[in-house]
Design a protein around this ligand. Sequence first.
Ligand SMILES: [Ca+2]
Length: 191
Amino acid sequence: MGFNCSRFYHTIALKSDGTLWAWGWNWAGQLGDGTNNTTRNTPQQIGADNTWASISGGGGHTIALKSDGTLWAWGFNPQGQLGDCTLDNRWIPVQITGICDTTPPTTAALPSGGTYNSSKSVMLYCNDGAGSGCATTYYCTVGGCTPTIQYTGTPINISASTVLRFYSKDIAGNSEAVKTETYTMIQYRLR
Ligand SMILES: [Ca+2]
């Protein structure tokens, strides 16, 4: 178990199982438990991840590394000390990429919508250009739906006329507007 006490009354602990715990004064969200100004007098687990590797507490903020080498920060941020390209206090860990990315990614469906006479396996491709990188793509296949199904890279099988709606988020948290592709299936019969 590793400990790090910051100078301003919050404590961060890393357990040997890779989980992260915090308690103490939380005036700027520095505990990372999603609350602000909620003083905690017992250890709170921060998220559910068990891949935390290293921690450091600042004045009102916390910096941590995961075992995959990614850098995360949260808490007090009026001078940009988190490095997340904002001056907003963060109440949960946010990934610090070193890239100030304010542009949403762009997602394309392949094949695109159209009229087909056989079922299609549709892939979604997210591109974030030189930004922070694509994080998650969501889709749904009922007309007018809100995309909430996480696209995992497995093709979406479209065997009947379908309105596919989808969008992606990048690592910096930018979301693109929901896109729509309409697939019309025509059945041919042998006479
Ligand atoms: Ca971006």
